[in-house]
Design a protein around this ligand. Structure first.
Ligand SMILES: Nc1ncnc2c1ncn2[C@@H]1O[C@H](COP(=O)(O)OP(=O)(O)OP(=O)(O)O)[C@@H](O)[C@H]1O
Length: 806
């Protein structure tokens, strides 16, 4: 509405008097008197003159510029004076009128009158051009005017400088107190000084104008004789406006910036302190982790299993409650497997867990456990031995232990260990990985797939699964229930917690509580004798007064393992831990307030433990030298790398490298025995992968080129070297890759080929984990590669033609 009115006024602005007088124009009468006043003002000549007044400064500038131009012209005239004195006729000025008559050009004659110039209206001739005459002026009056102009000019300069000083004073008043403020102050000063520089340069130009004729164009007559006139194309109004706008903008900027609050410069997040982590909800037990030295060894026969009390007891009482050792059966199994003494992580966990009850009572004070121990330190046995010891007391088969692992290969590996150590116990072990059909898996995991049984029906005591297939069974297999679960083991926990696959963790935790299945209770349901005691009440099977109502909602204890276990509070919170205890196996140095001192950690204080028997090397080189350097490592007698895993960044690059090395081996005459090199990736079938790993373990394969599929958890005791052909992108990956060697107290060497452009990142990564000093830099000289070059060139050209064919 307001816009319409405004438009109307704009239309009526040409005849405001008429609009006021005429009663036949209701639109005009309906207008608010204030607006009317504005419209009237805008339409009157008074408004024009007011506008002109507000631009006095700008006009002065314009004037000054004009005066300077005149001064220049005068100078030129003065230079011509001797000629005049010599009786030569003064150049006729009316020739300039000819030039000035050209449309669009304003012509300034050589002797302008300042009085005329002060009033533009009188200075403009009929064509809109400026024509100022001064033919009859004497030399004295010229001198006087020059002096006057000089004085005026000086005055203007002083005014200008005063303004600049004022601006600077405003900036200083803003009071910068830190770097950012200083920067802003600098910016303001920069803006001010830019203007100042511009002005100074203008001043310089003006000075230069006195001797040269840069801005003005020298106009020549038809005969080519230069005329003493200055031709300006921009109109004075445009120039005035520009100067006004500049000044207003500058003032505005200074005003705005002076009031802006300042903020500190952004910087990278600092490593979280333990105090901070605690404040963010990390349980105190996780802050004050129990550290165990990597070197600790205890003979299997000396292990004393701690029997848990039903009520919470002091640490001293708990220690006094030492019971017997491990079962004789277990001791025999371990001895048969060549295990005479327990490693550090096992000495901490086996006594703690092996004495746990098969069925937990309400007043049993149970813990959940988080364990961070180096790669190859025996974490698998540290949970497998106690699980077998506790569950072997069972009479009825129920699903009592669930072990979750990230890959199928790891599931098979843990299954092997479990089967070995549970021999003679009758414990049933099942796997769910998707290796077999869903129906096949269902048949092996669940005894009764037809009826609906409140207590579930399990064919296995221990299930080892990948999270994806586990979800399938939770949602799609009748009578598959987690209600009897005593142990939930999450191995390679940090990797699994990073996988949100079907929200698997939340799903598993939900299926541990009875509420999730309470709705399924109905009269037609059979077999409630098999329901877990802790689930009775929730399923409406007993009155509250029953003793079992005091049982825990779930008796399940959680055990988490990794070489790079997270202490990220948000991830930990998702686990819903109960009375957690945190074990870190490292060099035994107690943690400081700011975190462990010698164990590499990431930003959230996550511990990265590395085996003490590991030797680490890096070679920094241009990317094109990587294949030759790798071949050198494989063929030089000093290194003699065999039984090695070589990691690449992708399956494609693993394939290419494999072919290149195979072509090289064909072409290279230098070695007595050709290296056997094979590729290992997820693209191979399970049977093929198992066969390949068996060959490698036997020593039939010298080098296995692989993707990160087997970077975690895979236990190949014969690996003596790990080569990262492509450098790992983060510390976790590095720890797990290099951890494929130097396992179980054996020696091993890890090599990382670092491309020059990656070197900085790689070193920063190591040093952030406090680990840079452990990785020795090796340089292979170009001349050391000479022997390999010829065969390498052949291999390379064969590789090219192979890819050209594809
Ligand atoms: N007490 C022991 N004595 C001798 N060998 C052992 C002992 N405990 C474990 N080992 C062996 O050490 C090797 C590594 O064990 P395991 O695979 O459990 O390591 P890990 O800590 O799980 O490593 P990763 O973090 O890489 O998964 C295995 O070959 C295992 O048989």
């Amino acid at each position: 509405m307001a816009t319409t009115k405004h438009v109307k006024f704009a239309e009526d602005a040409h005849a405001p008097q008429f609009a006021l007088a005429s009663t036949s124009r209701p639109q005009a009468i309906a207008v608010h008197p204030d607006r009317l006043a504005v419209v009237q003002a805008a339409s009157s000549k008074a408004q024009v003159s007011k506008k002109t007044k507000t631009k006095t400064d700008a006009q002065r500038r314009y004037l000054k510029k004009k005066l300077d131009k005149r001064k220049k012209v005068l100078k030129a005239k003065k230079a011509a004076e001797p000629k005049q004195k010599g009786g030569e006729a003064q150049e006729p000025l009316d020739t300039g009128a000819e030039v000035a008559s050209k449309p669009g050009q304003s012509v300034v004659f050589t002797k302008p009158s300042p009085d005329v110039d002060m009033d533009n209206s009188t200075a403009n001739n009929a064509n809109g051009n400026t024509a100022e005459e001064g033919e009859d002026e004497t030399e004295e009056s010229v001198e006087a005017r020059r002096a006057k102009r000089k004085a005026e000019k000086k005055l203007k300069r002083e005014e200008r400088r005063a303004l600049e000083r004022e601006l600077e004073a405003q900036n200083a008043a803003a009071g910068p107190s830190n770097t950012e403020q200083k920067r802003e102050g600098n910016d303001i000063r920069e803006a001010g000084s830019t203007t100042k520089r511009r002005r100074e340069s203008k001043d310089d130009d003006e000075k230069a104008d006195e001797s040269s004729d840069d801005e003005g164009r020298s106009v020549k007559d038809r005969s080519g004789t230069p005329l003493s006139v200055q031709v300006r194309t921009p109109s004075p109004e445009t120039e005035n406006q520009r100067i006004d706008q500049d000044l207003e903008l500058e003032m505005e900027m200074a005003k705005n910036l002076a009031g802006i609050p300042t903020f500190p410069l952004p910087s990278g997040p600092a490593k979280a302190s333990y105090g901070l982590l605690s404040m963010q909800g990390l349980p105190a037990a996780l802050r004050d982790a129990e550290r165990i030295s990597q070197e600790l060894r205890v003979p299997v026969k000396d292990i004393q299993v701690r029997h848990h009390r039903r009520i919470r007891v002091s640490k001293e009482e708990e220690e006094q409650a030492n019971g017997d050792g491990l079962s004789l059966r277990m001791q025999k199994q371990l001895a048969d497997s060549g295990i005479e003494e327990f490693f550090a992580v096992q000495t901490a966990l086996v006594p703690e867990l092996a004495g746990l009850p098969l069925v937990a009572h309400a007043d049993e004070f149970l813990h959940d456990y988080l364990v961070s121990a180096p790669t190859g330190s025996g974490k698998t046995l540290s949970y497998v031995v106690p699980l077998v010891e506790v569950l072997s007391k069972r009479i009825v088969t129920r699903l009592r232990a669930l072990i979750i692992l990230p890959t199928r290969d790891l599931v098979m590996q843990v299954r092997e260990t479990l089967e070995l150590l549970s021999r003679g116990t009758g414990l049933r072990i099942g796997t769910a990985t998707g290796q077999h059909s869903f129906a096949q898996e269902q048949a092996t995991l669940v005894a009764d797939l037809q009826s609906t049984l409140l207590g579930g029906s399990s064919n296995v005591d221990i299930l080892i699964a990948t999270p994806g297939r586990l979800m399938d069974h939770l949602h799609g297999t009748r009578n598959f229930s987690l209600q009897h679960l005593r142990f939930l083991v999450i191995d390679e926990a940090d990797r699994l917690l990073n996988q949100s696959f079907q929200d698997w963790l939340a799903q598993v935790l939900t299926h541990l509580s009875p509420e999730s299945q309470a709705s399924e209770t109905s009269e037609g349901v059979m077999g409630h004798d098999a329901v877990a005691a802790s689930w009775y009440e929730s399923l409406g099977l007993r009155a509250k007064s029953w003793e079992g109502s005091r049982l825990l909602s779930s008796q399940c204890q959680k055990l988490l393992f990794s070489a790079t276990l997270t202490r990220d509070p948000s991830k930990i919170a998702a686990l819903q831990l109960r009375n957690p205890r945190y074990f870190i196996v490292g060099d035994g140095t107690p943690e400081t307030v700011d975190g462990p001192t010698n164990v590499p950690t990431d930003i959230t204080g996550n511990s990265f433990a590395l085996p003490s028997t590991l030797t680490e090397r890096m070679i920094v080189l241009p990317s094109e030298f990587k294949p030759l350097n790798l071949l050198y490592l494989l063929h030089d007698a000093r290194f003699g790398i065999r039984s090695a895993l070589c990691f690449t960044k992708s399956v494609d690059s693993a394939e290419r490298l494999l072919k290149l090395i195979q072509f090289f081996e064909d072409a290279y005459p230098g070695s007595t025995r050709k290296l056997v090199v094979k590729g290992y990736s997820g693209e191979l079938g399970t049977a093929e992968r198992t066969k390949l790993l068996a060959e490698f373990k036997k020593g039939d394969v010298d080098l296995l080129i692989c993707s990160d599929l087997i970077a975690r958890g895979i236990d190949l005791p014969t690996v003596t070297h790990v080569i990262s052909y492509d450098a790992p992108v983060d510390m976790r990956k590095y720890v797990h890759r290099v951890g494929r060697t130097a396992r179980a107290g054996r020696e091993g060497t890890a090599w990382t080929l670092v491309e020059k452009q990656e070197a900085r990142h790689f070193k920063e990564m190591l040093s952030a984990a406090n680990h840079l000093s452990q990785v020795k830099k090796i340089k292979i000289k170009e001349e050391q590669l000479t022997d390999l070059r010829e065969s390498y060139t052949i291999a390379l050209s064969r590789l090219k033609s192979e890819y050209a064919k594809a």
